[in-house]
Write a protein that binds this ligand. Sequence first.
Ligand code: HSE
Length: 370
Amino acid sequence: MNIGLLGFGTIGSSFYRLTLNQEGFCVKTLLSRREREGLSCQVVYSFDEILNDPEIDTVVELIGGMHPAFDYIYAALNAKKHVVTANKMVVCAHYKELISLAEQNGVCLRCTAAAGGGIPWLPSINRAAAMDRLDAVEGILNGTTNYMLSEMTARGADYSELLREAQELGYAEADPTDDVEGFDTRRKLVLSANLAFDISVNEQDVPCEGISTLSSEDIAWAKERNLVFKLSARAERHGSGISAYVCPTLFPSATTEAQTNDIYNLVSLYAEHIGKQSFFGAGAGDYPTASNVLADCMEIKRGCPPFYNDHSLDDCGIDNAGTEGPWLFRANGTYTVRCLSVANAFYVLSKLRGIDSTALLAKLPYTVEV
Ligand code: HSE
């Protein structure tokens, strides 16, 4: 496999190093914005040099962001080159379009590193969905916020300091707002739900609440009740539709979710015959994520189909009006617990934000005394 590598950041440089020890996988050309010394590949500054090189059969896109990443992926598929990317923003926003483009051109599109970091989560969903009916996917899908919440819980560390640390360690997105406001988690949930249920969800339709309003007082409040905050996401079949949301969630401290700390992710699927299957592993970071990129290249070399699944993809609206459960709210320093549907919980939050811009919403495992 002759690879044109786009980007040499945390994941790109780790992927490059991994390929040095892999027979049959050669980064022929790197697209970089600046000079790179000591590499065994050629470095170019124009994507056209990769696009027009007939020896390059696979483009690995690791620059992130919407543009020019989308344009490069689109052009590469049209030029009949396989594409491997970790770019959840692009794949989530252009899901159906990119899958059809890969199919039309008889090449493969893979994005395993886009959800779950180093966990083979998307292939596991695909494998389960091929033989069983999936009813739900859920989990802790963002390493940055999990790192921040674990440190805030364990040592009362400061929110801004932790976000800076996560950026320095290369865990956070280019715009960390995507991490702390839950948008990164939402994109990963949408990709997971799309594969699990053979649908195509518009990410804007999924209500999403991040951790930016979570205070040290909230964490202390939870600790007194043996509960731990995590940013979690869930999508499930609900009647003929799909319910999906992202929000801070309280887990009893003895649960695996509560004990999933640092940048680790814990993701689970629920299927009719398989039951519950959970996957735990590094959710962000250089080599774990780069390993999933390399695994995608290996799958392509083995001759996998154009995308993970080859089923029809229906556009799917979100219906959160169903099942009710307990929710925690905090506004003007007062905590309340109410039993509501997901849709109503987010509606109440929007009203509370009118009187307190830092109002909090979190899902509870059971009703608690306040
Ligand atoms: N910013 C992402 C995270 C990177 O923290 O999970 C991995 O997708």
